[in-house]
Design a protein around this ligand. Structure first.
Ligand SMILES: [Zn+2]
Length: 232
């Protein structure tokens, strides 16, 4: 279900609402408008990168690269059916969480493979808890697509994989850099993953959903900004 989000095409400027086909095109729009007109676009860029105005004379490309993670985190590529509902809370929340889940999954799997080697017997069998692997196997069995077992990890599973045995030492230095507002610990990690899972369940089950407030959006966006930085 979440995989569909990769096909979404529209990126909308958080300042003027202009549409672009990629986050990079939108980043260039923001940088270009800031450079030529300043104004609200300039304010938006400076709020994210306070030093940008000193860089204009140097390299616009450099500013754009620095700005890109913020653009990605602050905007949502909306699926076509939500295009008419740009500010629709449900659409925004869905896209943000889908993006977050895909990226967190990608980050965790590639880090495990990097550390323990490409052999599935090592990174998967030795370093992912047995009950989680078995659940993934069951979900795979029920899915006609029969993808790799690890593509059936849930958000809650990913949280547990991070804390499992030696994995904590592997992941915690990266994750501690996220803006937690409290001292980072395994307990805090578990609490924040639970909050994320609860938010996800609200979005995926709209009939039972309670509205997100601004702090929920901020919570998810700050995770995303961090994941983008880890990727770049
Ligand atoms: Zn714009």
């Amino acid at each position: 279900m979440l995989g569909q989000v990769r096909e979404f095409k529209v990126w909308r400027c958080p300042v003027c609402g202009d549409k672009r086909q990629s986050d990079w095109a939108l980043t260039c729009h923001l940088v270009g408008m800031s450079r030529t007109h300043g104004g609200p676009h300039g304010d938006w860029v400076l709020a994210k990168l306070p030093k940008a105005d000193r860089e204009w004379a140097g390299s616009l490309l450099k500013v754009a690269h620095q700005l890109r993670p913020f653009v990605k985190a602050a905007t949502s590529p909306l699926p076509p059916e939500l295009e008419g509902d740009v500010t629709g809370q449900h659409g925004q929340a869905y896209v943000l969480l889908a993006d977050l889940e895909i990226r967190l999954h990608g980050y965790i799997i590639s880090k495990l493979r990097e550390e323990y080697g490409e052999d599935e017997k090592e990174w998967w069998v030795q370093n992912v808890p047995k009950d989680i692997r078995e659940e993934c196997g069951k979900r795979r069995g029920e899915d006609p697509k029969r993808l790799h077992d690890w593509l059936y990890l849930t958000l809650g599973d990913l949280g547990k994989v991070v804390g499992y045995r030696n994995n904590w030492k592997l992941f915690s230095p990266d994750l501690a850099k996220l803006n937690w507002e409290e001292e980072f610990s395994q307990k805090l990690w578990e609490q924040r993953v639970s909050r994320l899972t609860a938010l996800r369940n609200e979005v995926m089950h709209p009939l039972r959903r309670e509205s997100w407030d601004a702090s929920d959006f901020q919570f998810v966006r700050s995770w995303l900004e961090h994941l983008y930085r880890l990727e770049s």
